[in-house]
Design a protein around this ligand. Sequence first.
Ligand code: ADP
Length: 250
Amino acid sequence: MIRVAGLSFAYHSGPAVLRDVSFEVEVGESVGIVGPNGAGKTTLLLCLAGVLPVPPGRIRIGHLDPGVSGDRHLLPEHLGLIFQNSDDQLIHPTVEEDVAFGPLNLGWPESVVRQHVTEAIQRTGLHGLENRVPWQLSGGEKRRAALAGVFAMRPEVLLLDEPSMFLDPRARKDLIRLLNEWPGIKLIAGHDLDLVWQTCRRTILLDAGAIIADAPSEILLSRADLLEPCGLEVPFRLRLGLSCSRDGQT
Ligand code: ADP
Protein backbone atom coordinates (compact mmCIF):
# COMPACT_ATOMS: atom_id res chain seq x y z
CA MET A 1 0.00 0.00 0.00
CA ILE A 2 2.88 2.39 0.83
CA ARG A 3 6.20 1.98 -0.90
CA VAL A 4 9.16 4.30 -0.39
CA ALA A 5 12.19 3.50 -2.54
CA GLY A 6 15.50 5.31 -2.21
CA LEU A 7 13.97 8.59 -1.02
CA SER A 8 16.44 11.40 -0.34
CA PHE A 9 15.42 14.97 0.44
CA ALA A 10 17.09 18.32 1.16
CA TYR A 11 15.47 21.67 1.94
CA HIS A 12 16.52 24.19 -0.74
CA SER A 13 20.24 23.73 -1.28
CA GLY A 14 20.89 22.57 2.31
CA PRO A 15 22.27 19.24 3.47
CA ALA A 16 20.36 15.98 2.96
CA VAL A 17 17.64 15.59 5.59
CA LEU A 18 16.48 12.18 4.30
CA ARG A 19 19.06 9.75 2.94
CA ASP A 20 18.11 6.82 0.74
CA VAL A 21 15.05 5.90 2.80
CA SER A 22 13.23 2.73 1.70
CA PHE A 23 10.40 0.78 3.33
CA GLU A 24 7.01 -0.71 2.58
CA VAL A 25 3.84 -0.76 4.64
CA GLU A 26 1.05 -3.27 4.10
CA VAL A 27 -2.69 -2.65 4.42
CA GLY A 28 -3.72 -2.60 8.09
CA GLU A 29 -0.19 -2.14 9.47
CA SER A 30 0.67 0.44 12.13
CA VAL A 31 4.28 1.58 12.08
CA GLY A 32 6.10 3.85 14.53
CA ILE A 33 8.69 6.20 13.04
CA VAL A 34 10.95 7.05 15.97
CA GLY A 35 14.11 9.07 16.26
CA PRO A 36 15.59 12.11 18.02
CA ASN A 37 14.74 15.71 17.17
CA GLY A 38 15.99 16.57 13.72
CA ALA A 39 16.08 12.92 12.55
CA GLY A 40 13.79 13.72 9.61
CA LYS A 41 10.51 12.23 10.89
CA THR A 42 8.34 15.26 10.06
CA THR A 43 10.08 15.70 6.73
CA LEU A 44 9.34 12.07 5.86
CA LEU A 45 5.63 12.48 6.68
CA LEU A 46 5.46 15.71 4.66
CA CYS A 47 7.07 13.95 1.67
CA LEU A 48 4.55 11.09 1.93
CA ALA A 49 1.66 13.58 2.13
CA GLY A 50 2.83 15.42 -0.99
CA VAL A 51 3.44 18.64 0.98
CA LEU A 52 7.15 18.71 0.14
CA PRO A 53 8.31 18.27 -3.46
CA VAL A 54 9.71 14.80 -4.12
CA PRO A 55 10.87 13.39 -7.43
CA PRO A 56 8.48 11.01 -9.20
CA GLY A 57 9.01 7.30 -8.70
CA ARG A 58 10.20 7.38 -5.08
CA ILE A 59 6.88 7.04 -3.20
CA ARG A 60 3.68 5.14 -3.89
CA ILE A 61 0.56 5.57 -1.76
CA GLY A 62 -1.64 2.88 -3.26
CA HIS A 63 -1.73 3.78 -6.96
CA LEU A 64 -0.75 7.43 -6.35
CA ASP A 65 2.70 9.02 -6.58
CA PRO A 66 3.07 12.22 -4.49
CA GLY A 67 5.88 13.20 -6.86
CA VAL A 68 3.40 13.50 -9.75
CA SER A 69 1.35 16.71 -9.68
CA GLY A 70 -1.73 15.02 -11.19
CA ASP A 71 -1.73 12.48 -8.33
CA ARG A 72 -0.95 14.95 -5.55
CA HIS A 73 -4.40 16.58 -5.44
CA LEU A 74 -6.01 13.11 -5.17
CA LEU A 75 -3.99 12.21 -2.05
CA PRO A 76 -6.29 13.84 0.57
CA GLU A 77 -9.00 11.29 -0.23
CA HIS A 78 -6.62 8.47 0.69
CA LEU A 79 -4.25 9.93 3.26
CA GLY A 80 -4.81 12.12 6.34
CA LEU A 81 -2.07 14.05 8.13
CA ILE A 82 -2.32 15.04 11.80
CA PHE A 83 0.07 17.86 12.66
CA GLN A 84 2.11 18.12 15.87
CA ASN A 85 0.15 21.17 16.91
CA SER A 86 -3.62 20.90 16.41
CA ASP A 87 -3.85 24.72 16.35
CA ASP A 88 -2.25 24.48 12.88
CA GLN A 89 -5.08 22.22 11.75
CA LEU A 90 -8.20 23.80 13.28
CA ILE A 91 -9.05 26.97 11.38
CA HIS A 92 -12.83 27.22 11.23
CA PRO A 93 -15.24 29.02 13.58
CA THR A 94 -16.83 25.81 14.92
CA VAL A 95 -15.73 22.22 15.50
CA GLU A 96 -18.42 20.94 13.12
CA GLU A 97 -17.28 23.22 10.30
CA ASP A 98 -13.71 22.15 10.85
CA VAL A 99 -14.60 18.46 10.71
CA ALA A 100 -16.71 19.03 7.58
CA PHE A 101 -14.06 21.03 5.74
CA GLY A 102 -12.10 18.06 4.34
CA PRO A 103 -15.10 16.06 3.08
CA LEU A 104 -16.70 19.21 1.58
CA ASN A 105 -13.42 19.95 -0.18
CA LEU A 106 -13.52 16.49 -1.74
CA GLY A 107 -16.78 17.50 -3.38
CA TRP A 108 -18.91 14.82 -1.72
CA PRO A 109 -22.71 15.31 -1.65
CA GLU A 110 -23.94 17.19 1.41
CA SER A 111 -25.86 14.20 2.81
CA VAL A 112 -22.71 12.03 2.68
CA VAL A 113 -20.64 14.80 4.29
CA ARG A 114 -23.21 15.14 7.06
CA GLN A 115 -23.19 11.39 7.73
CA HIS A 116 -19.36 11.20 7.81
CA VAL A 117 -19.09 14.26 10.05
CA THR A 118 -21.65 12.86 12.52
CA GLU A 119 -19.83 9.52 12.63
CA ALA A 120 -16.41 11.14 13.08
CA ILE A 121 -17.74 13.33 15.91
CA GLN A 122 -19.26 10.29 17.63
CA ARG A 123 -16.14 8.18 17.15
CA THR A 124 -13.92 10.83 18.71
CA GLY A 125 -16.30 11.58 21.59
CA LEU A 126 -16.87 15.20 20.52
CA HIS A 127 -20.65 14.96 20.70
CA GLY A 128 -21.96 18.15 22.34
CA LEU A 129 -18.92 20.19 21.31
CA GLU A 130 -19.94 20.64 17.65
CA ASN A 131 -20.65 24.36 18.00
CA ARG A 132 -17.65 25.22 20.15
CA VAL A 133 -14.85 27.45 18.85
CA PRO A 134 -11.96 25.02 18.15
CA TRP A 135 -9.17 27.17 19.60
CA GLN A 136 -11.04 27.38 22.93
CA LEU A 137 -11.01 23.59 23.37
CA SER A 138 -8.64 21.76 25.72
CA GLY A 139 -5.49 20.19 24.25
CA GLY A 140 -7.09 16.72 24.23
CA GLU A 141 -10.31 18.00 22.65
CA LYS A 142 -8.32 19.83 19.97
CA ARG A 143 -6.42 16.66 19.12
CA ARG A 144 -9.70 14.74 18.89
CA ALA A 145 -11.20 17.47 16.69
CA ALA A 146 -8.19 17.28 14.37
CA LEU A 147 -8.55 13.49 14.25
CA ALA A 148 -12.30 13.82 13.56
CA GLY A 149 -11.54 16.05 10.56
CA VAL A 150 -9.29 13.36 9.15
CA PHE A 151 -11.55 10.43 10.13
CA ALA A 152 -14.45 12.15 8.31
CA MET A 153 -12.58 11.68 5.03
CA ARG A 154 -12.14 7.93 5.76
CA PRO A 155 -8.57 7.78 4.47
CA GLU A 156 -6.81 4.43 4.11
CA VAL A 157 -3.64 5.97 5.58
CA LEU A 158 -3.18 8.13 8.69
CA LEU A 159 0.08 10.00 9.22
CA LEU A 160 0.51 11.34 12.75
CA ASP A 161 3.32 13.65 13.81
CA GLU A 162 4.03 13.58 17.56
CA PRO A 163 0.34 12.92 18.29
CA SER A 164 0.73 12.88 22.09
CA MET A 165 2.39 16.31 22.22
CA PHE A 166 0.60 18.69 24.65
CA LEU A 167 -1.72 15.93 25.96
CA ASP A 168 -2.30 15.11 29.62
CA PRO A 169 -2.35 11.41 30.64
CA ARG A 170 -6.10 11.00 30.21
CA ALA A 171 -6.17 12.66 26.77
CA ARG A 172 -3.16 10.58 25.76
CA LYS A 173 -4.95 7.40 26.83
CA ASP A 174 -8.03 8.43 24.81
CA LEU A 175 -5.78 9.04 21.81
CA ILE A 176 -4.17 5.59 22.11
CA ARG A 177 -7.62 3.98 22.24
CA LEU A 178 -8.79 5.95 19.17
CA LEU A 179 -5.68 5.00 17.23
CA ASN A 180 -6.02 1.33 18.12
CA GLU A 181 -9.66 1.38 17.02
CA TRP A 182 -8.86 2.93 13.63
CA PRO A 183 -8.50 0.08 11.12
CA GLY A 184 -6.39 1.75 8.41
CA ILE A 185 -2.64 2.09 7.98
CA LYS A 186 -1.01 4.35 10.59
CA LEU A 187 2.42 5.88 10.56
CA ILE A 188 3.06 7.43 13.96
CA ALA A 189 6.15 9.64 14.19
CA GLY A 190 7.73 10.89 17.38
CA HIS A 191 9.79 10.08 20.42
CA ASP A 192 6.93 8.95 22.66
CA LEU A 193 8.13 5.37 22.46
CA ASP A 194 5.58 4.20 25.00
CA LEU A 195 2.77 5.40 22.69
CA VAL A 196 4.44 3.66 19.75
CA TRP A 197 4.73 0.51 21.84
CA GLN A 198 1.01 0.65 22.64
CA THR A 199 -0.13 1.33 19.06
CA CYS A 200 2.36 -0.16 16.56
CA ARG A 201 3.57 -3.70 16.05
CA ARG A 202 6.44 -2.45 13.89
CA THR A 203 8.89 0.40 14.40
CA ILE A 204 11.37 2.18 12.14
CA LEU A 205 14.28 3.99 13.82
CA LEU A 206 15.45 7.05 11.93
CA ASP A 207 18.57 9.05 12.75
CA ALA A 208 20.21 11.81 10.71
CA GLY A 209 17.79 11.07 7.88
CA ALA A 210 18.67 7.40 7.51
CA ILE A 211 16.90 4.22 8.63
CA ILE A 212 18.96 2.62 11.41
CA ALA A 213 16.58 -0.30 12.03
CA ASP A 214 13.16 -1.55 10.93
CA ALA A 215 11.81 -4.37 13.11
CA PRO A 216 8.90 -5.59 15.22
CA SER A 217 8.34 -3.05 18.03
CA GLU A 218 8.94 -5.58 20.80
CA ILE A 219 12.42 -6.20 19.40
CA LEU A 220 13.47 -2.71 18.33
CA LEU A 221 12.02 -0.87 21.34
CA SER A 222 13.86 -3.16 23.76
CA ARG A 223 17.23 -2.51 22.08
CA ALA A 224 18.83 0.06 24.40
CA ASP A 225 22.04 -0.35 22.37
CA LEU A 226 20.22 1.09 19.30
CA LEU A 227 17.98 3.60 21.08
CA GLU A 228 20.42 5.23 23.49
CA PRO A 229 22.90 6.47 20.86
CA CYS A 230 19.86 8.26 19.35
CA GLY A 231 18.96 9.82 22.69
CA LEU A 232 15.96 7.51 23.18
CA GLU A 233 15.08 5.09 25.96
CA VAL A 234 13.41 1.70 26.16
CA PRO A 235 9.77 2.49 27.07
CA PHE A 236 8.82 2.04 30.71
CA ARG A 237 6.10 -0.55 29.99
CA LEU A 238 8.45 -2.67 27.93
CA ARG A 239 11.06 -2.58 30.72
CA LEU A 240 8.36 -3.80 33.10
CA GLY A 241 7.07 -6.40 30.61
CA LEU A 242 3.54 -4.93 30.51
CA SER A 243 2.65 -6.56 27.21
CA CYS A 244 -1.08 -6.70 28.11
CA SER A 245 -1.31 -2.94 27.50
CA ARG A 246 -0.90 -3.53 23.76
CA ASP A 247 -4.39 -4.98 23.25
CA GLY A 248 -6.11 -3.70 20.14
CA GLN A 249 -3.07 -2.55 18.22
CA THR A 250 -2.32 -3.64 14.67
P1 ADP B 1 12.17 15.57 13.23
O1 ADP B 1 10.71 15.58 12.85
O2 ADP B 1 12.74 14.20 13.30
O3 ADP B 1 12.46 16.37 14.46
P2 ADP B 1 12.51 17.30 10.94
O4 ADP B 1 12.04 16.56 9.74
O5 ADP B 1 11.59 18.32 11.53
O6 ADP B 1 12.98 16.25 12.04
O7 ADP B 1 13.87 18.05 10.59
C1 ADP B 1 14.94 17.36 9.97
C2 ADP B 1 15.99 18.39 9.62
O8 ADP B 1 15.46 19.25 8.62
C3 ADP B 1 16.43 19.27 10.77
O9 ADP B 1 17.81 19.47 10.67
C4 ADP B 1 15.68 20.56 10.53
O10 ADP B 1 16.40 21.67 11.01
C5 ADP B 1 15.60 20.60 9.01
N1 ADP B 1 14.41 21.33 8.55
C6 ADP B 1 13.14 21.08 8.88
N2 ADP B 1 12.29 21.92 8.26
C7 ADP B 1 13.07 22.73 7.52
C8 ADP B 1 12.81 23.82 6.62
N3 ADP B 1 11.55 24.21 6.36
N4 ADP B 1 13.85 24.42 6.02
C9 ADP B 1 15.12 24.02 6.25
N5 ADP B 1 15.45 22.99 7.07
C10 ADP B 1 14.43 22.35 7.70
